[in-house]
Design a protein around this ligand. Structure first.
Ligand SMILES: NC(=O)c1ccc[n+]([C@@H]2O[C@H](COP(=O)([O-])OP(=O)(O)OC[C@H]3O[C@@H](n4cnc5c(N)ncnc54)[C@H](O)[C@@H]3O)[C@@H](O)[C@H]2O)c1
Length: 319
């Protein structure tokens, strides 16, 4: 099968590309490298086609989509603060870019487009867990753009028969994540604190919770969403169904590393929601999705990745 992965040099995208290549698929990556890195694709570089370009240029999107059967559209500007500062640019990339992908997919008659949506669609609603039947209430320009992407996908299904599925990822974490990520950057920062034995900083009382989801689970959901029958136009939560607090993350890292660090508690950050947790029963039923890697195992793998990356960087700087 031939796949186009937009944003394939990013965190979730590159992990997805690795899995597609290991399953023997042909893969084209379209990425402008604004936050992704070609390095993330280094090990499989000679097995894929990489196109450096933007989803905001429909001609580039058309070229990248040539002969694609499935499109995984992950390219986006993901920063919430940047979307607040410059909503026009976030809209251009996330909404106009998604529209270009859908138009090209319709023209090229691809089998299905899988859209990277976001748990940010739920906004501040206190109800837990979050189910897809709840009314979306995004509270940032970024959240709005992600929700608009879902709606465009559904409209293209109705108007042009283009098959599409939207996946609302919940706080995905794992190797290659940029520590500044708004979703799970805290895990990367805590890993760094344990590696360097510095004081981890917790915002608020550390009892707020998130459905931290190891990236392999999101990759699995991406592939299932391409293949599952009778799901076009549907939206699915992709999480684990659990929730973990920063205080629990610190205890888990203490167990993994055998070290105990005293956290510094700073005032809560403005705009942070208190709790988030996915109801994954719809994804379970329609996609056959079952999270494969639990939180502690995922955190162990992530910590090991940061440790080996740090060791490689140190070795490089010494030579
Ligand atoms: N990480 C999470 O927990 C999470 C949660 C909800 C939704 N998402 C969504 O998942 C997708 C992937 O997120 P990620 O965490 O891997 O972030 P990421 O920043 O690592 O990946 C985004 C990729 O898109 C590329 N990109 C940005 N603008 C582009 C453009 N104009 N043209 C082509 N490529 C462009 C970037 O270079 C990067 O490689 C995004 O759509 C994001 O909104 C992620």
């Amino acid at each position: 099968m031939r796949y186009l992965v937009t944003g394939g040099a990013g965190f979730i995208g590159s992990n997805t590309v690795d899995e597609l290549v290991s399953r023997g698929h042909s893969v084209v990556v379209l990425d402008d490298l604004s936050s992704g890195k070609e390095d993330h694709l280094a090990e499989i570089r000679n097995k894929i086609t990489f196109i450096k370009g933007s989803v905001t240029d429909i001609e580039v999107v058309r070229k990248a989509m040539h002969e694609a059967e499935y499109v995984l559209h992950l390219a986006a500007r993901t920063s919430v603060p940047r979307s607040v500062k410059d909503p026009i640019e976030t809209n251009r990339i996330n909404v106009d870019g998604t529209l270009n992908v859908l138009v090209a997919a319709k023209e090229m008659k691809v089998k299905r487009v899988v859209l990277a949506a976001s748990s940010s669609a739920y906004g501040e609603t206190p109800t837990l867990p979050k189910a897809e039947t709840m009314q979306p209430q995004p509270i940032s320009p970024y959240g709005v753009t992600k929700y608009v992407g879902e709606l465009y996908g559904q409209a293209f299904g109705r108007c042009y028969g283009l098959e599409n599925v939207a996946l609302r990822y919940f706080n995905i974490f794992g190797p290659r994540q940029d520590p500044s990520s708004p979703y799970s950057g805290v895990l990367a920062k805590f890993c760094a604190a344990f590696l360097e034995e510095t004081q981890p900083v917790v915002f608020g009382d550390g009892e707020q919770t998130r459905d931290f989801t190891f990236v392999d689970n999101a990759v699995l959901a991406n592939l299932l969403a391409c293949e599952a029958p009778n799901v076009s136009g549907r939206v699915f939560n992709v999480g684990t169904g659990g929730r973990v607090s920063p205080n629990q993350v610190l205890l888990t890292l203490a167990r993994i590393t055998g070290k105990t660090l005293e956290a510094k508690y700073d005032p809560p950050r403005e705009g942070d929601i208190r709790d988030s947790q996915a109801d994954i029963s719809r994804a379970r039923e329609f996609l056959g999705y079952r999270p494969q890697v639990g939180f502690e195992e995922g955190l162990t793998l992530t910590f090991e990745w940061y440790r080996s990356t740090q060791a490689k960087t140190q070795a490089k700087s010494e030579t």
